[in-house]
Design a binder for this molecule. Sequence first.
Ligand code: APR
Ligand code: ZN
Length: 353
Amino acid sequence: MANQFEVVLEVGGEGGSITLYGVSSENGWRFSRTTEESALGDIADRPTDSLVRKSKVVDSWEEALQLVQRYPWYRLSPRKVHPDFAAKVWKEVVNRLDWMDHGRDLNRWSRVCFGDGGALGELSLLMKKSQSTVILTGAGMSTESDIPDFRSKDGWWRNIDPTTVATVDALKENYSLFHEFYQMRIENLESRVPSGGHYILAKWEEQGLIDCVATQNVDGFHQAAGSKEVYELHGSIRTIRCHDCQSPASIDEFVAGDRCSQCGGKLRPNLVLFGELLPRDAWERALAAIRQADLVVVIGSSLQVSPVNTLPSLTSGKVAIINAEETEQDEMFDIVIHGKAGEVLPKLDEVLG
Ligand code: APR
Ligand code: ZN
């Protein structure tokens, strides 16, 4: 059974409406216009094949736009945009409507294209306009690499009391549990790889769309995906040192449960335990970048751990958050997108492309 024609783009105004239909097949999409706009402005019923046969059918997006080009369709009120064409339609609209004097219209277009109250379109415009964008990531970036975060329903701290493993006291008084927890996280990491979102951020840095990534994550996935300017605010689980004499040691020695070869002290990963100071250099660079940023985008963090959770409020620029769940700080953000990084970042990337 031939696939049904679907509405790809529908806009309306007092004088009538314009619809672009499309039908997808294994050879891609074909597009046509309704051949009749009734005087009442209601579109003709869904075109049956005969109607379509009369109207021109084209099979490229560029030619499809030609079919509606005679009208300033982007100035009419958007009614429907097919999700597969949201980014394409949005880009056409943005090229024609300047944000300054068409803010409301663009927001309406962004709502119809992407849902979520128009936030994704708005964020794409801010990113394009921004001279300096800083990304601040949390564990929600790495759940896409199948690594648990800490506070959502399957997070580490749902089953383990962090004070029993993620503090200096735990290291001193219950080293076997401390060691078991970080050995398990290190071994768990061996079979994980950066996610699509990590690679998109690395690409945006290369394209000059973002300046740097400040991360609370210790997995090193931003660097592994190609990001160059990465500030690891909570250190790294990928390197080891002696807690007593600070001598470096290998991951293998830590996993094997060895003691420090220099002083016999306890080995630990170079990540920040609760109550410890953040690495000075990473903190100062992230703070300086955020202070002078036009835009700070938080991705995948509950923003419950200080001092990192104060960073977004320290910028003089705009702030946006992309997070799977609501956070206590959502109110302070200019743009809030509740969604998974693995879904939002590719859409954003397509719109920015
Ligand atoms: N896309 C977007 N957001 C996601 C995704 C995803 N795929 N998966 C989870 N999230 C969201 C969760 O809803 C949660 O709000 O990411 C957030 C992760 O929050 P936390 O688990 O609290 O992680 P994070 O904010 O990075 O924690 C900060 O706490 O325990 C310490 O040192 C640890 O660096 C960590 C710090
Ligand atoms: Zn030592």
